[in-house]
Design a protein around this ligand. Structure first.
Ligand SMILES: Cc1cc2nc3c(=O)[nH]c(=O)nc-3n(C[C@H](O)[C@H](O)[C@H](O)COP(=O)(O)O)c2cc1C
Length: 361
């Protein structure tokens, strides 16, 4: 089977084509420090091809969720280094997902002096948990000035540098699911009048500049990108416009020698998603990773058909630390249990048992 074959990811030797998708688990403390139990959690899952560590903010402005980790201080570097060391000691490879929440957050969750920002002053519908105020509607974002846009681009690149110092094998820029780069892409959240808003070319400018700055900081083969053209966070976008935008983006991406392009929520067979995924595959010449509702069989089929090079699994990695072994041996998977997705401490993080084939004979 291709799924369990080793794969050379621009010089990084992966033991299989199975990636662990980025999974926010909100275990960090209020200073947005990663904590010790995260080292155990990731090391337990190190036998997959590539771990994509949870969405982590490059800036105090980008930690819009409570207990989300950051990577923007030397102290963060030291703490993340413990985590990457434990994964490497267990034989794994790990990249960091850089996630700036932009308008998807609440000011109560930010450190002193930080502020909720976005391309335009348009609040996201819905609410989120806060440290002190219970559930609250998302904060109205401050529209970023052009200078602030450029400062934020530098924050992504600085974070990429810190990630390498912290021992990560690379980074994945989170431009999916409605977070900051995605907010620039979409018309419903970007009404800017400067060079970062308006036509498609302008709306993809922020993301392209984030990619370019990150490449300058750490090299193209260490930079990956995640997108979700049909993100659930911005359902009011025009479908035809989205398709045109993502085709244009895929063409632009060919100029960079990225580690991989990651399409999220492309596993189900809704015709419009399926067609776009095929189209992007035909336009984009680099490595493609797919994620969303894959099983062993559908993952293998996508690889055999040449529709993808790598497959990421999300929810099944939470309750199956030994997911690769279970898939390989056709052992049953533990139930997806949402209870501890976003709770504190090691419970529901590091205490899922591995499958013991002897006990189940
Ligand atoms: C608890 C949880 C946290 C998630 N956190 C992130 C995240 O930090 N970054 C991201 O890009 N996607 C995140 N996702 C989406 C997953 O990476 C993945 O796309 C999704 O679970 C679909 O894959 P699956 O069907 O294999 O679970 C999260 C999903 C879950 C269930």
């Amino acid at each position: 089977m291709k799924l369990f074959d080793p794969f050379n990811l621009k010089g990084l030797e992966l033991s299989s084509r199975i990636a662990m998708a980025p999974l926010t688990r909100r275990r960090a403390n209020r200073a947005h420090d990663p904590v010790d139990c995260m080292a155990t959690y990731y090391a337990q899952r190190a036998n997959c091809g590539l771990i994509i560590a949870e969405g982590t903010s490059p800036s105090p402005n980008g930690v819009g969720y409570s207990n989300m980790p950051g990577l923007y201080t030397s102290h963060h570097v030291k703490l993340w280094k413990n985590i990457t060391d434990s994964v490497h000691k267990s034989g794994g490879k790990i990249v960091l997902q850089i996630m700036h929440t932009g308008r998807i957050g609440h000011s109560n969750n930010l450190p002193d002096g930080a502020r909720i920002i976005g391309p335009s002053a348009i609040a996201k519908k819905g609410d989120t948990t806060t440290y002190d105020l219970g559930k609250q509607p998302f904060t109205m974002p401050n529209e970023m000035g052009t200078d602030e846009v450029q400062t934020t681009i530098r924050e992504f690149a600085d974070c990429a540098k810190l990630a390498i110092q912290a021992g990560f094998d690379g980074i994945e820029i989170h431009s999916a699911h409605g977070y900051l780069p995605n907010q620039f892409l979409n018309q419903s959240s970007n009404k800017r009048k400067d060079q970062y808003g308006g036509n498609r070319e302008n709306r993809i400018r922020f993301l392209l500049e984030v990619i370019q700055a990150s490449i300058q900081a750490i090299g193209s083969e260490k930079v990956a990108l995640r997108i979700s053209p049909f993100s659930y966070a911005d359902i009011d976008e025009d479908e035809g416009e989205l398709i045109a935008l993502y085709k244009m983006l895929a063409e632009e991406l060919n100029q960079f020698n990225l580690s991989y392009l990651h399409l999220s929520h492309m596993g189900d067979a809704k015709p419009v998603k399926f067609e776009l995924w095929k189209k992007l595959r035909s336009i984009y010449s680099g490595n493609l990773m797919l994620c969303g509702d894959f099983t062993k069989d559908t993952a293998e089929l996508a690889l055999q058909n040449g529709d993808a090079d790598l497959i990421a699994f999300g929810r099944d990695f939470i309750s199956n630390p030994d997911l690769v072994e279970r898939l390989k041996n056709n052992w049953p998977l533990a139930e997806r249990d949402r209870t501890h997705w976003y709770t504190q401490g090691p419970q529901g993080l590091t205490d899922y048992p591995v499958y013991n084939s002897m006990l189940h004979k």
